[in-house]
Design a binder for this molecule. Structure first.
Ligand SMILES: C[S@@+](CC[C@H](N)C(=O)[O-])C[C@H]1O[C@@H](n2cnc3c(N)ncnc32)[C@H](O)[C@@H]1O
Length: 185
């Protein structure tokens, strides 16, 4: 069965083209950053955020030699301030993979307030036809509350956005979920 992270790639892949600008809001080991960098090519741009040195080191190693990637050693809640001013309304995709870095020495998890702050900024940064994906987990402390807050945000979106949720049936419990938001106009 396809993992939730693979599902996010499968959904985004046909929507991305060379030259697009994207954000990986939680770079972790850099799998999503690399996926985005390959999708947009050297004429595109990928901006990555993580608060953990271990994650940034792993991502740096994974995307070595790809000048389209810029990493910010700071929280995604500062996304709008860190990106170039012309990123607003221009991003083709913003990916969030919430929770903790698998295998990390320190369990630094994403948190509800900063996640919602970053998501709110991302809504403004994506272009019409652009997508936000959020991989939601409830296994880490604060995870269920964070997932519920993200779901509530998605449920309250204005009509210029469309939200959908996919959960992995038969997955290990607690099952991860993928939230996809598309900007319609
Ligand atoms: C599930 S991991 C991401 C996995 C990653 N997408 C991959 O492909 O390997 C979650 C990451 O979020 C990071 N994180 C926690 N709080 C954050 C914040 N406020 N802003 C950005 N990243 C954060 C953690 O350090 C961790 O690396």
């Amino acid at each position: 069965m396809m993992r939730i992270t693979e599902l996010a790639h499968a959904i985004l892949r046909p929507t991305l083209k060379a030259g697009d600008w994207c954000v990986d809001a939680t770079t972790g080991h850099g799998h999503d950053t690399l996926f985005l960098a390959e999708a947009v090519g050297q004429t595109g741009r990928v901006f990555g955020f993580d608060v953990q040195a271990e994650a940034l080191a792993a991502t740096t190693a994974r995307v070595l030699g790809r000048p389209q990637v810029t990493l910010f050693p700071c929280g995604h809640e500062h996304m709008a301030a860190c990106l170039p001013p012309d990123a607003r309304g221009r991003l083709a995709a913003v990916m969030f993979n919430l929770g903790i870095l698998p295998g990390a020495r320190k369990a630094i998890a994403t948190r509800t307030a900063t996640t919602i702050g970053a998501l709110t900024q991302a809504l403004d940064l994506i272009r019409p036809g652009g997508h936000i994906t959020v991989a939601l987990y409830s296994g880490h402390p604060g995870g269920p509350a964070e997932a519920a807050a993200v779901a509530a945000l998605a449920d309250g979106l204005p009509s210029t956005y469309a939200g959908s949720r996919v959960s992995r049936l038969n997955a290990a419990r607690p099952a991860p979920e993928l939230l996809i938001i598309e900007r319609i106009a």
